[in-house]
Design a protein. Structure first.
Length: 366
């Protein structure tokens, strides 16, 4: 079968011109010339490829596998995969348009760059922003920006937002640290305890202390020689006046906390939390205050009587809350002692506390 007859057979079988081209018939010189002459002179009369020019050219066309009567591979591929030409196109028109737009943006971004702008944030400022964000996980850029303005730092809110740590998509919700979580709950609790005071006549007095867990403030401090139930109930009323009561009150299992004392706590709206037997560490704040009283006061004096002990304890309570620094409070006092810099004066004076047993230092103008 000649090339022209093969092309005519496929034409009658229902294959179009495009399928014949895809099948590789254009690789045959005879089929290519035949299709071109057929399109040029028309096939209105006679059989496809019946013109003399076509027959003369088809004699010179080599007979290849694509010109045989069997359907070529590309024709079968065209039947089952219509988009086989798409992977052969390396660059699409849409890609060219996309590249042009990217180049347009880069060009004008470079052309309109600002040579002189706001000063860059220093390394210290960046570290401070990150430290504030880590210490306050619920704060956003406006809150941190406000704190920086209070510190006298001229910085924009957008700069703060830029240097804040950004959580990932699966990051958990902001949560306070365990230390802050416990502090929030300790603000609603307090502790109380009794302690022994020896006297000069070899007698024994009982001291009573109530301390707040929030700021280590000594709320009440008193002494008696006869710790009755009525006296203990009165001390609780004086320790929490005007309804300013904590939610929980830690205590030990001393017999002095009778049914009447526990009823007074319930009437005040306080829930008592007794510690386990022989476990003083379960009421640590009250135990530490008692240890400080013994080391810093009672270990240096001989108590004469109840009135003398009460006067000493009242002075020590004032010194403890207003002047004595605490490690747990960041070297501050429960009543927040003011920091005095050189602008308060160059002279440092000494103030007597607890009858001269302790001292407080302040600045004064020369």
């Amino acid at each position: 079968m000649c090339p022209s007859q093969g092309a005519a057979e496929f034409w009658r079988a229902g294959y179009g011109r495009q399928e014949l081209q895809d099948a590789g018939l254009r690789k045959c010189a005879g089929a290519d010339v035949t299709l071109g002459l057929a399109e040029a002179f028309g096939t209105g009369s006679g059989e496809f490829g019946s013109s003399p020019a076509t027959r003369s050219l088809s004699r010179e066309a080599p007979i290849t596998e694509a010109c045989t009567g069997r359907p070529p591979l590309l024709v079968v591929l065209q039947r089952f995969w219509q988009g086989w030409r798409r992977p052969l196109c390396l660059v699409r028109p849409a890609t060219v348009v996309k590249w042009h737009r990217m180049g347009f943006r880069l060009f004008w971004r470079w052309k309109s760059r600002c040579q002189v702008g706001r000063p860059r944030a220093t390394q210290e400022l960046r570290a401070l922003i990150r430290r504030m964000a880590d210490a306050n996980p619920t704060w956003g850029a406006p809150r941190i920006h406000g704190e920086l303005l209070k510190l006298g730092m001229e910085v924009g809110q957008t700069t703060v937002a830029r240097y804040m740590p950004r959580p990932g998509r699966e990051a958990p919700k902001p949560s306070p640290t365990w230390r802050n979580f416990l502090r929030l709950h300790l603000a609603e609790s307090a502790g109380m305890d009794f302690f022994v005071i020896p006297t000069a006549t070899f007698g024994v007095l009982l001291g009573f202390v109530v301390v707040s867990h929030r700021d280590r403030r000594v709320l009440h401090l008193n002494v008696t020689a006869h710790p009755t139930e009525e006296w203990t109930k009165q001390q609780l009323r004086e320790a929490f006046p005007w309804g300013n009561v904590p939610r929980y009150l830690h205590r030990d299992r001393d017999k002095l906390y009778s049914e009447g004392v526990r009823a007074t706590l319930t009437h005040l709206g306080i829930r008592e939390v007794p510690s386990a037997a022989r476990c003083p560490w379960q009421n640590p704040d009250a135990e530490r205050v008692i240890g400080s009283i013994r080391r810093e006061l009672l270990g240096h004096v001989v108590v004469l009587n109840e009135a003398h002990a009460r006067r000493l304890l009242r002075e020590y309570q004032r010194y403890y809350n207003a002047s004595r620094t605490h490690l747990a409070l960041g070297k501050d006092t429960p009543e927040r002692r003011e920091v005095q810099g050189p602008e308060h004066g160059a002279k440092v004076i000494e103030l007597r506390e607890v009858f001269g047993l302790h001292h407080r230092y302040e600045r004064r103008a020369a």
